[in-house]
Ligand binder design. Structure first.
Ligand code: MSP
Length: 522
């Protein structure tokens, strides 16, 4: 538990178990993982949640198509998502499944709260429903599909549904939601998405159907088991279940709620930024502090879809290029929040250019020179020039820039700041030419190599959230102890100690050449 450390609670969406995990799922969790690791290294008590969304018509249909009982089906598919967290080295603290007893209890508790608060009433629904999105749509939102059928804006086919249903009085929340967005300007990021949500809410809200009767795969409505709770109310509630709801006085709930961040894809922003805060406030709970909607990936310029057969398997991707390489690419390639295109050439360019050439080469040449010319020990720094001090000062200042970027989930900017330093360090190597100093002025060579090694220590500490394995190997090569790798150890107080023995350097950034990844770095 937190003690005096600030807490940071962040969540991924919970993934539908109708499908195998693909790059889109891995991407959302990766962004959270980098942030979770960053916050831990920055001294926070982090709680990082992911999991699977297992109820509803879509999952029930998939189970039927697989000829399986829904529980057995969800057990199997949920495991694929757990396997992904291992394959991608995700550092989540919990993995929730909506079929767990803790969650069913929590869903029924929030339902009762909403009923007691007069937010839910019984009526009947007649309208359009898209099973793929598990969402209701108004006639005015629909378009004509290719075969004359109506489709939702997402492209999902809709069907006409008529059934008794409980409703949540969403229409009464318009002004309170608008006031909430106004009072919390950073609640929805990026800003363009915030504007979309505000104009949607300004357009007027209809009461929301929150129960279904035509199938059974869901959490029963308390006291009316003919109904099951609408899958989105069920799913969103996972974020409070995992921190102990309905025990709102528990230490866990008190510590971690409200969540600091719900990370979501742009397609599911409305559920998180409109319905969810209304449900929470209706139940007397605080809304989360932020919802960030990221963009979508295409594959070589094409929309990713099963029917096009171009789904990117996240495990195969990592086998092909390496985990740290893929993690770096996805977080660096696009300004976080925008759509991005996954293409082989762009991946290889970043892997060979920015990782192997810029970062890898910097570390390799500095560590090899130390190995060769300084008896494999951290060199003794002599008197520093103003330039040396200015240079080290920039390395010390880097955390401030990266922190500012991470605060607003601008991963690409954090990485750009780190790479500006890497490029500057390579420039410093060229300008100081320590290989020449080896003969002409060994004392000065020691100072230059010390400044560079200390800079690499800063870089490797800062790249840990993005590339945990490669960064750890670099820190091993600088003999930085495990307990001196947190951001509190940046700066001069924990500087490398002259005379510390260093292991033999080896490359940590493979290249991609002639159709395959090289075994090790240059
Ligand atoms: N079960 C709901 C979420 C409930 S959260 C209370 C759901 N699940 S999902 O499995 O369909 O999608 C999960 C996430 O994957 C979404 O954030 C979605 O945006 C993301 N992606 C799916 N395809 C994607 C891409 N092609 N690119 C990037 N992310 C995409 O929605």
């Amino acid at each position: 538990m937190s003690g005096s450390r600030p807490r940071y609670y962040l969540t991924t969406p919970i993934y539908y178990v109708n499908d195998v995990p693909h790059i889109g799922h891995a991407y959302t969790t990766l962004a959270c993982d980098a942030l979770a690791r960053f916050m831990r290294l920055d001294g926070h008590d982090v709680r990082f949640l992911t999991g699977t969304d297992e109820h509803g018509q879509k999952v029930a249909n998939s189970a039927r198509a697989a000829g399986m009982d829904p529980q057995a089906f969800t057990d199997r598919v949920s495991q694929n998502f757990r396997d992904l967290t291992d394959a991608w080295n995700f550092s989540n603290d919990d993995f929730i499944r909506t079929t767990e007893a803790r969650h069913i209890r929590s869903c029924q508790a929030i339902w009762r709260k909403l009923v007691a608060a007069g937010e839910i009433y019984l009526g009947s629904y007649a309208g359009w429903y898209a099973v793929r999105d598990e969402a209701f749509y108004g006639e005015n939102e629909l378009q004509d599909g290719p075969d004359g059928k109506k489709v939702a804006p997402s492209g999902a086919e809709v069907e006409w549904v008529e059934e008794p249903s409980y409703f949540f009085k969403l229409s009464a929340w318009q002004d309170r939601l608008l006031a909430f967005y106004q009072a919390n300007p950073d609640f929805i990021l990026p800003e363009s998405r915030r504007n979309e949500v505000i104009s949607f809410v300004k357009g007027g809200l209809r009461d929301l159907s929150v129960s279904r009767t035509t199938f059974k795969w869901g959490v029963p409505v308390p006291d009316d088991p003919d109904h099951i709770i609408y899958v989105w109310l069920d799913a969103l509630t996972n974020y409070i279940t995992a921190v102990g709801y309905p025990e709102t006085e528990s230490e866990s709930f008190q510590t971690y709620w409200p969540a600091d961040l719900h990370m979501v894809g742009k397609d599911i922003l409305r559920f998180h930024a409109v319905y969810w805060p209304a449900f929470l406030m209706g139940a007397g709970l605080e809304p989360p502090r932020r919802v960030f909607a990221h963009g979508w990936w295409t594959n070589e310029g094409q929309k990713i879809s099963k029917s096009l057969g171009n789904v990117i398997d996240p495990v195969e991707l990592v086998e092909k290029y390496g985990l740290d390489q893929v993690r770096y690419f996805l977080l660096r390639e696009v300004p976080f929040g925008n759509d991005g295109d996954f293409n082989h050439q762009a991946m290889v360019n970043r892997m060979n250019g920015e990782l192997a050439n810029d970062y890898g080469n910097l570390a390799q040449r500095v560590l090899s020179m130390i190995n060769k010319n300084c008896q494999a020990k951290v060199p003794e720094p002599g008197e520093m020039t103003g330039d040396d001090e200015g240079f080290l000062g920039s390395a010390h200042g880097l955390i401030g820039q990266v922190r500012d970027a991470m605060e607003v989930q601008a991963f690409h900017e954090g990485l750009e700041a780190v790479w500006a330093m890497i490029r500057a360090a390579n420039g410093y190597v060229d300008a100081q030419a320590p290989w020449k100093l080896a003969k002409e002025d060994p004392a000065r060579m020691g100072t230059v190599l010390y400044v560079l090694a200390e800079t690499i220590r800063h870089l490797a500490i800062l790249t840990q959230p993005f590339m945990p394995d490669a960064s750890a190997r670099l820190l091993d090569q600088l003999a930085v102890p495990e307990d001196a790798r947190a951001f509190a150890c940046l700066g001069p107080d924990h500087a490398l100690k002259a005379g510390t023995e260093l292991p033999k350097p080896e490359g940590v950034f493979p290249r991609y050449e002639n159709g395959e990844k090289t075994e090790e770095g240059e």
